[in-house]
Design a protein around this ligand. Structure first.
Ligand code: FAD
Length: 476
C-alpha cells in the first residue's frame, strides 16, 4: 500500500489522521501484510458472513505471529484507533470489523497441532471449525464445537461455544485449557487455571473483551469417527405430536444423543421429495456420538413417530454431521435472529412456536430448539464468565433473506415480535454469540448475570481504556 497519510476512525469518536511514515514504520516491523482498500486480498480480508452487518475498516493488518499482533495492538493504542479483530468473520452482529478503523484479520494464523497422547489440540485463531474437527478426528478425538463448519473457532470459543457434544462435555469454553493472549498493553501472556487465572476465567466466555487470543489449547475426548446422525422430517401438520415426542425424548435421552428440533420450509434440496419443496416441515437434526450399537435403541422414540417425509438418519462420519448444514447459511445473505436460553419446554412455548411458524411470512425462517442439558449444568455458576449453567435448551428464531428483499423491514419486525412472544419462557439470558447488533447492553448484562461484575473487574485490569470494544462490549 502507498505510504500517504490516511484517516481512520478514532476511539474517541472523530477521525484520526495517521501519517504515512507511521504506516511505513508499522509495515516494516511486522512479518505479515498491511492492506488498504486497493490492495489484492482486501475483499476477502474484510468480508463477513452477515451481509446485513457488513461495514468496512480503513486498514487491515494480517499478522503472521503473536509479535505482529502485539505490534498492531500497540499501534492502535498509540494512535487512538478503533480496533477490530476478525477470526472467522461469522458473528451475526458483524463485530469483527471496526468501521473505518484498523482490523486484524487473523486468517493467516491457522497453525494446528494435535497431541493424541495428551488429548490436546493447539489451535491458531484463524482456524475454522472444520479444520479442528478434521485434525482431531484423524485421531478419533474431538472437542465440542458448533455445526456450521465455516464458523471461526476463535469467536465461538470466546463467547462460550455450543454444539452436538455440549451435552457430554459442556461449553467449548469448558474445554479450553490454555490460551495465549496479546493484551491491551501489548504483552503476550499464557493464561490457564494456574497462570493469570483471572484472565483465563474471563476469556472463557467474555468474548473478545480481554485481548487478542493467538493460540487456543483444547481438551479432546474420544468421539467417532463414525456416529449416527442426520436429518429426519415430518409434515408441519404433525408438529404438535412431534414436538411432544421431542420433549419426551430429550427428558430421558443419554448424553450421547443430541437432538435439534427445527421448524422450517423444505429447501429444494435433492434429499427432499420434489412435492415437498417449499412446504412446512417439523424436523430433527440428530447426532448420536456414543456406541453405534446403542444408537438405534436410543433413537427408537424418533423412529416410532413413523411416516417421515424423509429420513436421512444413519451411520456417518462425525465430520460429515458437523458440516452437512453448511450450505443452508450462505455468505452475504442478510441474517437476523432472536435467541433465548430455556430451562425446559413448557406447553405454552411449544404452542407459541407452532402458532408463530404457521403464520411466518419469511420463506427462509427457522424456529429451533437445541438440547443442551448435561455436563454444562454440573459446573458452578461462576466456573468461567460463560455462566448460564441453568440452560437446558437454546431457542432460536432465525430469519434469512436476499440482500435486495423488498420485505426486509417487515421480516425483521416479525423476528423481533416472535422473539418477544417467546421470551416469557427464557431463563432471562441469551447466547452472547447469537446476539444481533441492535440488542442493547441490557441483553449483554442479562447473559452474564452474576458474572458480569467480575468480568468488569477483570476488564478494568487488562483493558482499562476499552481498546477491545468491537464486540458485545463489557464497559470498564
Ligand atoms: C451460520 C452460523 C452458525 C453458527 N453455529 C454455531 C454453533 O453451532 N455453535 C455456537 O456456539 N455458535 C455458533 N454460531 C455463532 C458463532 O459462535 C459466533 O458467530 C462467533 O462469534 C463466530 O466466531 P468467528 O470467529 O467466526 O467470528 P468473528 O466475527 O470473526 O469474531 C466474533 C467476535 O470475536 C472476536 N474475536 C475473533 N477472534 C478473536 C481472537 N482471536 N481474539 C479475540 N477476539 C476475537 C471478534 O472481534 C468479534 O467480536 C454460528 C454462527 C453462524 C453465523
Amino acid at each position: 500500500m502507498t505510504a500517504a497519510t490516511i484517516e481512520l476512525s478514532g476511539r474517541s469518536g472523530g477521525p484520526v489522521a495517521v501519517p504515512g511514515e507511521a504506516l511505513e514504520d508499522l509495515a516494516g516491523k511486522v512479518e505479515g501484510r498491511l492492506l488498504g482498500p486497493d490492495d489484492p486480498g482486501w475483499d476477502d480480508a474484510v468480508r463477513i458472513w452477515n451481509g446485513l452487518a457488513a461495514t468496512a475498516p480503513a486498514l487491515v493488518l494480517q499478522p503472521a505471529s503473536a509479535a505482529d499482533v502485539a505490534a498492531a495492538v500497540g499501534f492502535a493504542r498509540a494512535h487512538g484507533l478503533l480496533l477490530g479483530v476478525k477470526g472467522g468473520g461469522h458473528n451475526i452482529a458483524g463485530t469483527a470489523i471496526a468501521e473505518g478503523g484498523l482490523t486484524l484479520d487473523l486468517s493467516g494464523l491457522c497453525q494446528l497441532t494435535v497431541d493424541p497422547e495428551a488429548r490436546l489440540a493447539h489451535v491458531g485463531p484463524g482456524c475454522r471449525l472444520a479444520d479442528v474437527d478434521r485434525a482431531t478426528q484423524a485421531h478419533g478425538l474431538a472437542t465440542p464445537l458448533g455445526f456450521i463448519s465455516k464458523v471461526g473457532v476463535a469467536g465461538l470459543t470466546l463467547g462460550g461455544g455450543l454444539g452436538y457434544l455440549t451435552r457430554r462435555f459442556g461449553w467449548t469454553a469448558d474445554n479450553l485449557v490454555e490460551a495465549e493472549v496479546v493484551g491491551a498493553d501489548g504483552q503476550v501472556r499464557t493464561a490457564s487455571r494456574e497462570r493469570h487465572p483471572d484472565l483465563f476465567w474471563a476469556l472463557r466466555g467474555g468474548g473478545g473483551n480481554l485481548g487478542v487470543v493467538t493460540r487456543f489449547t483444547f481438551q479432546l475426548h474420544p468421539v467417532g469417527p463414525q456416529v449416527v446422525g442426520g436429518l429426519i422430517a415430518w409434515p408441519f401438520e404433525r408438529a404438535e405430536e412431534v414436538m411432544a415426542a421431542y420433549r419426551t425424548l430429550t427428558a430421558a435421552a443419554p448424553r450421547e444423543l443430541a437432538t435439534w428440533l427445527i421448524l422450517l420450509n423444505a429447501p429444494p434440496a435433492p434429499f427432499v421429495p420434489a412435492a415437498w419443496h417449499g412446504r412446512r416441515l417439523c424436523t430433527f437434526a440428530v447426532c448420536h456420538s456414543g456406541d453405534p450399537g446403542d444408537a438405534e435403541r436410543d433413537l427408537a422414540p424418533v423412529r416410532a413417530l413413523g411416516d417421515p417425509v424423509f429420513d436421512l438418519l444413519g451411520p456417518q462420519p462425525y465430520t460429515e454431521v458437523q458440516s452437512y448444514l453448511d450450505d443452508t447459511e450462505p455468505d452475504g445473505h442478510h441474517y437476523y435472529w432472536r435467541t433465548e436460553f430455556l430451562a425446559g419446554l413448557e406447553d405454552g412455548l411449544l404452542a407459541g412456536m407452532r402458532e408463530l411458524f404457521a403464520d411466518c411470512p419469511i420463506p427462509e425462517a427457522e424456529l429451533g430448539v437445541l438440547h443442551l442439558s448435561g455436563a454444562l449444568n454440573e459446573r458452578p455458576a461462576d466456573d468461567g464468565a460463560v455462566g448460564n449453567r441453568d440452560a437446558r435448551y437454546v431457542l432460536g428464531v432465525n430469519g434469512m433473506w436476499a440482500p435486495d428483499e423488498p420485505e426486509a423491514g417487515r421480516f425483521r419486525q416479525w423476528v423481533r415480535d416472535a422473539g418477544a412472544r417467546l421470551r416469557p419462557w427464557s431463563t432471562g439470558a441469551t447466547y452472547i454469540n447469537f446476539q444481533t447488533a441492535d440488542e442493547g447492553d441490557d441483553r449483554v448484562r442479562a447473559t452474564y448475570g452474576a458474572n458480569y461484575d467480575r468480568l468488569v473487574e477483570v476488564k478494568r485490569r487488562y483493558d482499562p481504556d476499552n481498546l477491545f470494544r468491537a464486540n458485545r462490549n463489557i464497559r470498564p
